[in-house]
Design a protein around this ligand. Sequence first.
Ligand code: PMP
Ligand code: GLU
Length: 396
Amino acid sequence: MSTTLLSDRINNLAASATLAMAAKARELRAEGKDIIGLSLGEPDFNTPDYIKDAAIQAVNDNYNSYTPVDGYPELKKAIITKFKRDNGLTYDPSQIVVSTGAKQALYNIAQVCLNPGDEVILPCPYWVSYSDIVQLAEGVPVEVATSIHNDFKMTAEQLEAAITPKTKMIWYSSPCNPSGSIYSKKELRALADVLKKHPNIIVVSDEIYEHINYVGDHASMAQFEDMFDRTVTVNGVAKAFAMTGWRIGYIGAPTYIARACNKIQGQVTSGANCIAQRAVITALESPVSKIQYMVDEFKNRRTLILQLLADIPGFECNEPEGAFYVFPNISSFFGKTIEGKLINTASDFSMLLLEKANVATVTGDAFGNGDCIRISYAASTDQIKEAVLRIKNVVA
Ligand code: PMP
Ligand code: GLU
């Protein structure tokens, strides 16, 4: 069937590069290739037993009906308690919406806040789907380049310079996917000071990697009194609780935005999965210390991969402070021919690694930075060692 029968909307939409690379790796594996998948940001742990048990209990307790569109009241209560406990944020139930993953939460926000032509500032590198979710809502992504030497963070001056009369929102993740950078409270305050002069700009603070933090404090934009009423705090359980497939994310937002997200979900999904919601009540109500073993393991792997990559000439890494990615600058390979392939872009380099090293990574282009590639270290230490060895051999 011809794609001309499809909408311009879908024909103009880029496929998710992370999911596309994961699918490609799966395909090659099915053909018998020994691919090490470091493309997808997905914990390699099982969902903890105490959360699985809650889901089994929910099945047996016959939680099988439609849930309230914006989430079970008990789950909203658990989210409110979590926001208070971990972030010092006070939300009312009318400000909470539970969605089918943080991804849908972000999609909702774009759909309810953006009119055609509204600009959304995206500090680069940004998470792969931001730009396309914004464009699906006919918004205009405005990319702000950052440098590895500034830990890939946007400065107040850069934010100020990017703002125009059409700026509607700014979206960022901290800890950042893909750079692993974390905005400190002071850095967020500097950005908030710029926004003081622009009261109609909404901030979307994606905090899904909040607990995967190796430096200590997690700061939220909504913690500033003057920012609370104009910030949407996005979070979810996929990463910290090893629950990617359960598909639960949530927001704390100004009431008018939460209501609008509820309205759109009412027409699109009728709400998130009932069993997963029950399990997430247990996940959020349990002490965070219960998931620390995964964070500790990610931290060990970060140390390992940074040590191993430091041994490959041409790879320049910053030290990620959170999440489970490294985002090395590999532009020193541009213009070189490696194993018969001319490398001109990060995408060429990522394909080289897939084809010649059997290692799946993601090109930095997908994150708005064409000099880097993203490597996920949410994999076993053996896989990490073997993958980096293969990469080293190919580029040697
Ligand atoms: N935001 C960021 C920064 C992410 O890395 C991801 C990855 N999945 C998401 C949002 C979406 O999360 P979810 O799986 O809950 O949809
Ligand atoms: N967030 C993960 C990643 O960046 C999962 C893939 C996705 O949702 O696109 O790899």
